[in-house]
Write a protein that binds this ligand. Structure first.
Ligand SMILES: C[S@@+](CC[C@H](N)C(=O)[O-])C[C@H]1O[C@@H](n2cnc3c(N)ncnc32)[C@H](O)[C@@H]1O
Length: 277
């Protein structure tokens, strides 16, 4: 693993994640042989507005059942599985975190989706695939941890077939800086690399993409976090939640994300970009 991503890997490396999720499902008295995508949604869709956003992005993407899509920075695979389930397409997810990939594989077996959905531990900066391999690419809230955005996007473009589309849903910087830390994707500033939306767009173009859609989704993010209050005392955590992925200080991280959205320190975009034919 490249030294420059070790601190990111460490952040996304909880112990025994799959076991803890299964214990949570059992505590909720769910029958493990009948687990659904919705049962896992509180823990496996780790991005702003969760599966609501995933479903909107699936509509926007327009992927079809005959296609093979790459999910870059897939986490434990919630939106990877949702994308395959809703569209019928085959999806391969990659993520830097070995523990997340182990969990993604086990959860996919639990849901009996392994014929359509597969996973591999890899860095977005060195994708282990041939040129022109995939019909589409999909990345949900990964760029924040990627310092070399040009390399990541050039790699994504390389593995796409000509005419293939990349759908990205990403946190960017905004007018004011720096953000308050910790946030859900970073304990401190050493692992967060935000650029303003215009810069992000320019890097996509420099990587070889043509931008087809570029929407500001910050208002929806702000509304989703409007109710978040500063945590007081011991955290009251649900049985299943993304705290299992990045720590019990998730309340403080969510509150800081709320402040960063309100004070225009971060923004949220969705984009569809095409690799020219
Ligand atoms: C906020 S999570 C989002 C996960 C997933 N896309 C989702 O929406 O549930 C960010 C993910 O990006 C991954 N990541 C960060 N840097 C990466 C890199 N250079 N290569 C691959 N994955 C990376 C992390 O391991 C983490 O799983």
């Amino acid at each position: 693993m490249a030294k420059s991503t070790e601190h990111i890997h460490d952040y996304y490396s909880p112990d025994d994640l799959y076991t803890k999720i299964v214990e949570g499902l059992e505590k909720l008295e769910l029958d493990l042989s009948k687990i659904t995508l919705d049962d896992l949604q509180p823990v496996d869709e780790f991005h702003i507005r969760g599966d609501t956003a995933t479903k909107e992005l699936i509509e926007l993407a327009g992927f079809t059942p005959d296609q093979h899509i790459l999910d870059v920075g897939c986490g434990i695979g919630g939106s990877t599985r949702r994308l395959s389930h809703e569209t019928g397409c085959r999806v391969t997810g990659i993520d830097l975190s070995d523990e997340y990939i182990h969990t993604a594989l086990r959860l996919t077996e639990l849901l009996n989706m392994q014929e359509q959905v597969s996973f591999e531990a890899a860095s977005a900066l060195a994708l282990p695939f041939e040129d022109n391999s995939f019909d589409g690419a999909w990345s949900l809230q990964m760029n924040m941890n990627v310092e070399d955005k040009l390399l990541w996007l050039t790699e994504t473009c390389r593995v796409l077939k000509p005419g293939g589309r990349a759908v990205l849903y990403e946190v960017c910087g905004s007018k004011n800086a720096p953000p308050y830390f910790p946030v859900p994707w970073a304990q401190n500033s050493s692992m967060s690399y935000l650029v303003p939306p215009d810069t992000f767009r320019d890097v996509m173009t420099a990587a070889g993409f043509e931008i087809a859609v570029f929407n500001d989704k910050t208002d929806l993010a702000r509304a989703a976090f409007a109710h978040i209050k500063q945590p007081q005392g011991e955290p009251k955590l649900p049985v299943l939640g993304v705290y299992m992925l990045v720590g019990k200080d998730i309340g403080t991280k969510a509150y800081n994300l709320h402040r960063n959205l309100e004070e225009e320190r971060v923004s949220l975009i969705e984009t569809v970009a095409i690799k020219p034919a």
